[in-house]
Design a protein around this ligand. Structure first.
Ligand SMILES: Nc1ncnc2c1ncn2[C@@H]1O[C@H](COP(=O)(O)OP(=O)(O)O)[C@@H](O)[C@H]1O
Ligand SMILES: Nc1ccn([C@H]2C[C@H](O)[C@@H](COP(=O)(O)OP(=O)(O)O)O2)c(=O)n1
Length: 230
């Protein structure tokens, strides 16, 4: 605090939506631009899934998943310029993005014991962010941080999302990517515990026809308006 000026109240921003709508790229850029922390909650669910796969846990059996949900120590960095994630001290930023983890993460993240463990980590990171934080995921506005200052729900057509994702996975078939995306969204939206859903008080932004720069600008403006009390 300089010259006795009051420190700005930390701002909590929740960004939810299905896969490929732009949550990670938007959240990282908004956090960097506004000097806030950043948390990728999907990376945490991927990390616990990676640990389960590496330890041979039967992922068809929710009881087996629940029994070991408390075992791995997951540590997330919150610097938007260098998002980091470790499991029991091992850097898993690369391994959590494999096709195998992607195809299994919905089954693991549907287990209530996994969700309560990860939700606790998320709340602790959010409350410790001095200047505020942008947290992206599926249930942030509805369940993890229902009192967030601003909630955004990003959407985009399945075609746009599949094209974006297959662009990332160099050479991936757009049709196959589209089907895998739709299947994962359906699983994430239909699970019993904190499914992917738009909070009643979230602002919905359809990014189908917007560039990433336009989405970032839109969210930055919404945060600034909130901070100004508009
Ligand atoms: N509005 C947009 N227009 C075009 N491409 C986008 C847009 N938003 C994100 N992307 C690209 O789409 C891909 C998926 O975005 P990402 O932020 O990872 O989505 P999510 O976190 O919702 O799954 C990335 O390669 C990103 O650069
Ligand atoms: N808050 C969250 C975030 C992610 N998940 C689950 C469901 C998602 O399919 C996976 C992976 O999330 P991630 O955001 O990495 O997915 P994308 O491939 O970027 O779309 O994790 C969740 O259940 N709750």
């Amino acid at each position: 605090m300089e010259n006795g000026a009051p420190t700005a109240k930390p701002v909590i921003v929740a960004i939810d939506g299905p896969s490929g709508t732009g949550k990670s790229s938007t959240s990282k850029a908004v956090a960097a631009q506004l000097g806030l922390s950043y948390l990728d909650t999907g990376a945490q669910y991927r990390a616990i899934t990676w640990w389960m796969v590496s330890n041979g846990i039967d992922l068809e059996d929710p009881t087996a998943i629940a029994a070991v949900a408390g075992k791995p120590e997951i540590v997330s960095g919150t610097d938007p310029a260098a998002p980091a994630i470790t499991v029991d001290g091992v850097d898993v930023a690369g391994p959590i993005r494999t096709q195998e983890v992607t195809s299994k993460v919905s089954a693991v993240s549907a287990v209530p014991e996994v969700r309560s463990r990860i939700t606790e980590l998320q709340r602790s990171l959010a409350s410790g962010a001095e200047r505020g934080i942008v947290v992206e995921g599926r249930d942030i506005g509805t369940t993890v941080l229902p009192d967030a200052d601003l909630k955004i729900f990003l959407t985009a057509s399945a075609e746009a999302r599949a094209a974006r994702r297959s662009g990332e996975l160099k050479g991936a078939d757009v049709q196959a990517t589209r089907e895998a995306l739709i299947k994962r969204d359906a699983a994430d939206s239909s699970r019993k515990t904190s499914p992917l859903a738009k909070a009643d008080d979230a602002v919905e932004v359809d990014t189908t026809e917007l560039t990433l720069a336009q989405v970032i600008e839109c969210v930055v403006t919404l945060v600034e308006e909130k901070r100004a009390g508009k």
